[in-house]
Design a protein around this ligand. Structure first.
Ligand code: SF4
Ligand code: SF4
Length: 472
């Protein structure tokens, strides 16, 4: 029986409720009156329920779809402006005891090179990332109690935060590790992580069990209830996501929104971010074997409707997607992107030779960070390396209430300019520096609050004089 307040996975992600929602969406896909009224109401940025969002996703009235895309763009502009936050993944280890059939790290794959970074190798990786200009990382590791126990992850976080190379610093470490215990989540919180990220992969229990035939991850309930344990352990910023293409995308779309509603109902705060990865090629994995692969068209619609349904949740897209696809969805709702990612263990300090493959997936966007920053600037975006909220203690419901009051714009915008200035001064090529400087001059005038504008101008001046790490 569906109950968003329940702590039981099969009750807050109730299969019958999802199927009923999908039936309702099918029946109403031409219901112009209902669809128009939903789009109109969603313009107030208060979001939509999973059932309402499912109707929008299913709608095949071209005019209404156009309205949806326009609204998604307006919401994106209103709440996130033209800022795009940058991050990079850092793979610590690819040993894994699970058998996920879509991931090359599955324990049966014998032709992938297994590797676990030592603390010294992590140091080298982080220096390489700092030398590109990154300030925000997402740690990734396979699940293996022997090779990467929680102590290893905690030690690695400490190492990363401790590295200060030239003007570089990693100021926020998000962590994507397997579902674990409340105690371990508490330890991660104490280690100073930003967001705890865990993808559900699919919310369909039956498919989930087929795709995860063995290992700890095969336990659907334990995996699905992980965010509740993370929140119980004190982590109030959690990042959800599904791997689109594993199951029927409609089912997972509804499940994802039900999960967000559950977290909001039980913990008073929904997910901090939602990621939208699509299955892509990798060693031992052929995406064509997954008959549910989704087209670019559906993918863009998913992004747009998510933006409308959960306006205050950040949305992330990785380098799995090509430059072209990334460009298409940026203005529809994406607020964070990775750049210059290496998806192999140790791939930043020592780029891998092809025969040594230890990557989790093939990267579609292979550009350097400077090329990505340059591209964003040319498209009119402000690449931001901001990590201010987490460092100012603006997490969980504190963060959400600030966002919902509209005040976050007074922090994000100047912080984006300050961190872009740091990037330009320390790492950018001449052309990027020129482009970025002009944008900073122009965007400074767009800080509405006069005092904040003056303070930002003086911080920018100090950055040019060698000082670092200002924030609002
Ligand atoms: Fe292991 Fe994660 Fe890959 Fe599954 S998806 S095989 S748990 S690394
Ligand atoms: Fe993100 Fe906060 Fe920085 Fe805005 S001010 S970009 S919400 S960290």
């Amino acid at each position: 029986m569906y109950n968003k307040h329940s702590l039981k996975a099969t009750e807050f992600i109730d299969d019958e409720e999802i199927k009923e929602t999908l039936r309702f969406a099918q029946e109403n896909k031409h219901n112009k009156e209902l669809i128009s009224s939903l789009i109109e109401r969603a313009a107030d940025c208060k979001g939509l329920t999973h059932r309402e969002a499912a109707v929008l996703l299913e709608c095949d009235l071209p005019e209404e779809n156009e309205k949806m895309f326009t609204l998604a763009k307006q919401i994106k502009q209103k709440l996130y402006g033209n800022r795009i936050v940058m991050f990079a993944p850092l793979y610590l280890s690819n040993y894994c005891v699970n058998g996920c059939v879509y991931c090359p790290y599955h324990y049966k794959n014998k032709h992938i090179r297994r590797k676990k970074l030592t603390q010294e190798e992590i140091r080298q990786e982080v220096i390489a990332l700092q030398d590109m200009g990154h300030k925000r990382l997402a740690l990734e590791t396979g699940e293996d109690p022997v090779h990467s126990p929680i102590e290893y992850v905690l030690e690695s976080i400490k190492t990363i935060y401790g590295i200060k190379h030239k003007n570089g610093a990693i100021r926020r470490v998000n962590v994507n590790i397997a579902a674990t215990t409340v105690d371990n989540y508490r330890k991660l919180k104490e280690a100073g992580i930003g967001t705890y990220i865990l993808f559900q992969e699919t919310y369909n229990k039956q498919s989930y069990e087929q795709l995860h035939p063995n290992g700890p991850k095969s336990n659907y309930a334990y995996h699905t209830e992980a965010m509740d344990r993370a929140m119980e352990g004190g982590i109030d910023d959690v990042g959800c996501g599904v791997l689109f293409g594993l199951n029927m995308y409609r089912y997972d779309f509804v499940g994802l929104l039900m999960h967000a509603e559950h977290l909001e109902a039980v913990h008073g705060v929904g997910p901090h971010t939602i990621s939208v990865p699509r299955i892509c090629p990798a060693d031992d994995i052929n995406p064509n074997e997954f008959s549910n692969a989704i087209s670019d068209e559906i993918f863009t619609k998913i992004v747009a409707v998510l933006r409308i349904a959960v306006p205050y949740t950040g949305m992330i897209i990785s380098t799995r997607e090509s430059q072209k696809t990334r460009e298409k969805v940026l203005d529809l709702g994406i607020s964070q992107i990775s750049g210059a990612s290496s998806t192999s263990v140790g791939g930043y300090a020592v780029p891998e030779k092809e025969e040594e493959n230890s990557a989790q997936f093939d990267v579609s966007d292979n550009r350097t960070l400077d090329e990505v920053v340059n591209w964003l600037l040319k498209l009119g975006y402000i690449p931001s390396f901001c990590t201010a909220c987490y460092r100012e203690g603006r997490t969980g419901d504190r963060f959400m209430s600030l966002v919902k009051s509209g005040q976050i714009a007074n922090c994000c915008h100047p912080n984006a300019l300050l961190t872009l200035r740091e990037y330009l001064d320390d790492y950018a090529k001449e052309d990027t520096k020129k482009l970025g400087s002009a944008i900073i001059d122009r965007e400074l005038l767009h800080i509405p609050n006069e005092k904040a504008r003056e303070t930002c101008a003086s911080y920018l001046h100090s950055i040019d004089n060698g000082k670092r790490d200002f924030r609002f």
